[in-house]
Design a protein around this ligand. Structure first.
Ligand code: NAP
Length: 246
């Protein structure tokens, strides 16, 4: 058990990649904090963790609201006395071509996918620095590396996370805190459920490994980056995309 007694916060852990990640870390002995805006699905993840004999704790969080991020970190600290890992996994899409994108679509995606990560990091980083240890992982995307039609807002946020990750790795390395990002390709989750079959087939054909990603593929990458096996890895962006270059 690689995470026995370690306290791991996973945002957006009620669904998709975050849910799978929560189950995997719990299996490895972590005390998993399921932080999600959606109470029903977040509680569902905790129930599943407990059914499998693990330890989970739900906190309702809208990561884009600063006060909620600060309260979440305070509640975790009060309950467990430490914070070992923060996985900034929560994210949304609000796709539109640039001529049609509304200011609200831009603001919502930037506020949740970029500022929400800043909020959660600021809420936990003091604790990690005081501990002299901690790991932060941010969910970027291949779209943040290569761009995508109709996703100017999303790609900007995900590219921003790469700059944030690299800057913080430089700032926090000497304090014992590692900061990395993952860049998933196309992963089958509720977020991508509406994509037409024709596009999915095209994606598969363009992917050297000839399949779509599963939540477990990304969860495994988070697990590696959070573990001591990655003790000399910081400031990196790990692509989990089957080799796809969009
Ligand atoms: P998902 O299935 O939609 O899960 C996202 C979770 O985050 C949901 O439970 C959602 O709640 C929650 N959430 C939304 N806004 C939130 C907020 N403001 N604060 C806290 N929680 C919030 O998505 P996913 O596919 O697993 O994606 C996970 C991460 O990977 C995201 O950052 C995404 O951008 C990134 N990613 C995904 C893919 C892919 O192909 N799936 C590819 C590259 C990167 P609701 O269900 O109520 O909205």
């Amino acid at each position: 058990m690689k995470f026995e007694n370690r306290v791991v916060i996973i945002t957006g852990a009620g669904s998709g990649i975050g849910r799978e990640t929560a189950l995997l870390f719990a299996l490895e002995g972590a005390k998993v904090v399921v932080a999600d805006i959606n109470e029903k699905s977040g509680q569902g993840t905790v129930e599943e963790i407990e059914k499998r004999g693990g330890h989970g704790f739900f906190i309702k969080l809208d990561a884009s609201i600063r006060e909620q991020s600060i309260k979440m970190a305070g509640d975790v600290l009060e309950k467990y006395g430490r914070i070992d890992v923060l996985i900034n996994n929560a994210g949304i899409v609000q796709d539109a071509l640039i001529l049609k994108m509304t200011e609200d679509q831009w603001d919502r995606v930037i506020n949740i996918n970029l500022k929400g990560v800043f909020n959660c990091i600021q809420a936990v980083v003091g604790t990690m620095v005081n501990q002299g240890s901690g790991v932060i992982i941010n969910a970027s995307s291949i779209v943040g590396l290569f761009g995508n039609v109709g996703q100017t807002n999303y790609a900007s946020a995900k590219a921003g996370l790469i700059g944030m990750t690299k800057s913080l790795a430089k700032e926090l390395g000497k304090k014992g805190v590692r900061v990395n990002a993952v860049a998933p390709g196309f992963i089958a989750t509720p977020m991508t459920a509406g994509v037409p079959d024709k596009i999915l087939e095209m994606m598969k054909e363009k992917t050297p490994l000839r399949r779509l990603g599963e939540p477990r593929d990304v969860a495994n990458a988070y697990l590696y980056l959070a573990s001591d096996d990655a003790g000399f890895v910081t400031g990196t962006v790990l692509s989990v995309d089957g080799g796809l270059v969009i």
